[in-house]
Design a protein around this ligand. Structure first.
Ligand SMILES: CC(C)(COP(=O)(O)OP(=O)(O)OC[C@H]1O[C@@H](n2cnc3c(N)ncnc32)[C@H](O)[C@@H]1OP(=O)(O)O)[C@@H](O)C(=O)NCCC(=O)NCCS
Length: 324
């Protein structure tokens, strides 16, 4: 059976580190509050690099790890809600900047923090169907561009970063075993960022600021419940028990959400990969960034069952199970 195998991972974060103590000088907050409520200690912030540049660096790192030429890639999908332009898509810029072939499909997916798993789901289906052989799947977000740096409720939570995988269609037992993607737009007001575009002479929409808005408490509750449910759905689909999971790589939004999800599943803490202390919530970047770090650290071994789970604005939520 043809499966999409992950043959390379890559990531990139901007070099500038903003610690909780730096935020203490910007808003009425404290390292103690941020650490105890979220687990975040610091985050990376892009002070000159753009989404396209960060996505391109990430893509090059993943291709290098996979040991293949960009000419072998025949599909590029980017999960992002902070593109540099409304169009062309980030994926089109990446295609041009890495020197991928003309004519291959390249497009972005908007699913907020679930964006990477949504993109992975689509690429997996193209590969399983035999339409494409080698896909580049990227998750990238620069939330520093959309948060209100005067709003302590939100600005302390996010950071900039990206990760990517190269998928290859291969016969065998390893690779992506399943993906599940979901959404419920009734919850849109819990977490959203309006678009700030000039009103036309025909449509006098009042201009509002385009900062991210969030109802943190409600988002927290739905995230814990939903992430637990989608993990269980993934395990049931594959006939797996929680003991079969070697590593859970969750969306890195909040330590308390992650721990509560693992508790619901009955998964011990040592089987969860966490790096949000260093990066905060990097939205679509968070899962592939954590995966790349885990791979580089040698945490993942051949044959391991890796469970990925994400939750984000929309609301959207998603899972993937990979046999390494
Ligand atoms: C945002 C979040 C950390 C807040 O934690 P919480 O325990 O729910 O805290 P509350 O919202 O009850 O706020 C408690 C108090 O802290 C204050 N507070 C909020 N942000 C603060 C900050 N950065 N520093 C200090 N105090 C802060 C609030 O104003 C509130 O004060 P009040 O009681 O005087 O009104 C938590 O709700 C959360 O993580 N939600 C999910 C957010 C998320 O992950 N979104 C992305 C999903 S992909």
């Amino acid at each position: 059976m043809m499966r999409a195998s992950i043959i390379g991972t890559g990531s990139y974060v901007p070099p500038r580190v903003i610690k909780n103590q730096d935020l203490e000088r910007m808003v009425d907050t404290s390292d103690e509050w941020i650490t105890s409520r979220t687990g975040i200690k610091e985050r990376r912030i892009a002070d000159h690099e753009t989404t396209n540049e960060i996505a391109t660096k990430t893509a090059k790192n993943a291709l290098k790890a996979a040991g293949i030429s960009p000419k072998e890639i025949d599909l590029i999908i980017v999960g992002t809600v902070t593109p540099e332009m409304l169009f062309p898509s980030t994926a089109c810029f990446v295609q041009a900047h890495i020197g991928a072939n003309r004519g291959i499909p390249a497009f972005d997916i908007s699913a907020a923090c679930s964006g990477f798993l949504y993109a992975l789901d689509i690429a997996d289906k193209y590969i399983r169907a035999g339409v494409n052989k080698k896909a580049l799947v990227i998750g990238v977000d620069l939330f520093s561009h959309i948060v209100d740096w005067k709003d302590r409720n939100t600005c302390v939570l996010f950071g900039d970063g990206a990760g990517a995988v190269v998928l290859s269609g291969e016969k065998g037992k390893s690779g992506i075993l399943s993906t599940h993607i979901h959404a419920d737009g009734h919850y849109w007001k819990m977490l959203y960022t309006p678009l700030c575009i000039a009103s036309s002479p025909f449509h006098n929409k009042p201009l509002e600021n385009s900062f991210l808005r969030m109802q943190g408490n409600e988002t927290f509750k739905v995230a814990v419940r939903t992430m637990g449910e989608v993990c269980q759905e993934a395990l049931d689909h594959n006939g797996l028990k929680v003991e079969d999971v070697s590593l859970l790589i969750p969306h890195q939004a909040n330590m308390r959400i992650i721990k509560a999800t693992a508790e619901r599943l009955g998964l011990p803490e040592e089987k969860i990969y966490i790096n949000l202390d260093k990066y905060g919530n990097t939205s679509a970047g968070s899962i592939p960034l954590a995966l790349d770090e885990a791979v580089k650290k040698g945490v993942i071994k051949k044959g391991d069952i890796i469970l990925f789970v994400a939750f984000g604005g929309g609301f959207t939520w998603a899972s993937a199970v990979v046999r390494w």
